[in-house]
Design a protein around this ligand. Structure first.
Ligand SMILES: Nc1ncnc2c1ncn2[C@@H]1O[C@H](COP(=O)(O)OP(=O)(O)O)[C@@H](O)[C@H]1O
Ligand SMILES: [Mg+2]
Length: 197
């Protein structure tokens, strides 16, 4: 089991577990440790649990194999993956009238934010969960001509208060990007960053 603190604010976790039902709990615990301060940790743990349970129960891994849980915390979203050894896929119409694991995943992540890639030789079930965006712009100091701000979850953006014009100016720190906004109102530029990041 390894946890790596990666560059640029991305936290990653990779853990490989025996494909035994009791190990799903271990996978949940590992993710809970990674996501201690992540706003929607409970949802993420539930999604990971359903995906891991599927690998243990339905995939070829269940015959003495393993499953691997990966999680990546990005600014504003979290990606979760569970990889297994593949095997036959018995998907069919469900008419038992009760929600199953993928229904839970879809309800949490949204219909376009989850999927299963791969084939009988190995599959990765994944989900992308939107996080709360932590962008905060402090009110400018009264006498500051230029105030740089910390955009907690958006390290690639800069913001400053242009005192002469009474405006916040925000821009993406990338020479190839022309994303830029200005407003007297901090919430407006925060909204812009959130929509474009
Ligand atoms: N990792 C997997 N490997 C093979 N088949 C899978 C896997 N995950 C899901 N499936 C198939 O998709 C179906 C739907 O999964 P899910 O919605 O979690 O329902 P449940 O696990 O309750 O059957 C499973 O019954 C199984 O046939
Ligand atoms: Mg299931």
């Amino acid at each position: 089991m390894t946890t790596t603190a990666a560059a640029a604010g991305t936290r990653r976790y990779t853990g490989t577990f025996p494909a035994d039902p009791a190990q799903v709990r271990q996978a949940r615990a590992a993710l809970a440790a990674l996501l201690r301060d992540w706003p929607l940790a409970d949802d993420a743990i539930l999604v990971a649990s359903e995906l891991a349970a599927n690998s243990v129960r339905h995939s070829s891994s269940r015959d003495g194999g393993e499953f691997t849980l990966r999680a990546e915390v990005h600014p504003g979203h979290l990606r979760i993956e569970v990889e297994d050894a593949g095997g036959p896929w018995h998907a069919g119409p469900r008419d038992d009238g009760r929600p199953h694991g993928f229904d839970v995943v879809e309800a949490i992540a949204g219909s376009r934010n989850w999927g299963v890639d791969g084939d009988a030789r190995g599959r990765v079930a994944w989900a992308r969960l939107a996080g709360e965006t932590r962008v905060s712009i402090l009110p400018p100091a009264a006498d500051a001509a230029r105030v740089s701000c910390s955009l907690a979850d958006h390290p690639r953006w800069s913001a400053y208060w242009d005192k002469k014009h009474g405006l916040w100016r925000v821009a993406e720190d990338d020479p190839d990007s022309d994303l830029y906004a200005e407003s007297r109102d901090a919430d407006t530029v925060i909204g812009y960053i959130t929509a474009h990041a």
